[in-house]
Design a protein around this ligand. Sequence first.
Ligand SMILES: [Zn+2]
Length: 96
Amino acid sequence: MATYDMTMNLTEENKQTIKDALETKGAVAPCARCSTPTMSILDSLVALTSIKPNESGDDQEYGPILPAAALICTNCGHLVLHSAGILGLTQQLGIR
Ligand SMILES: [Zn+2]
């Protein structure tokens, strides 16, 4: 298993690690929007965060970052996110 280099895209080995984790969890269903069987793993992990107004209401604050693996339907472009932490990828890919 290869550590994820944040300056580069996911390697094919990294993508295989993600694919294996999804298969282990049984997350292998076709696209939920168009039923196309092929979902591709995006070339990099993505980071989700929350946004809320700050106390004075004149700016906004961001919450903690949730790293995620993203899949895209090769037909309709539907995007699906999987928490890297839940899949055990943060440790396997060396991200925090
Ligand atoms: Zn689709």
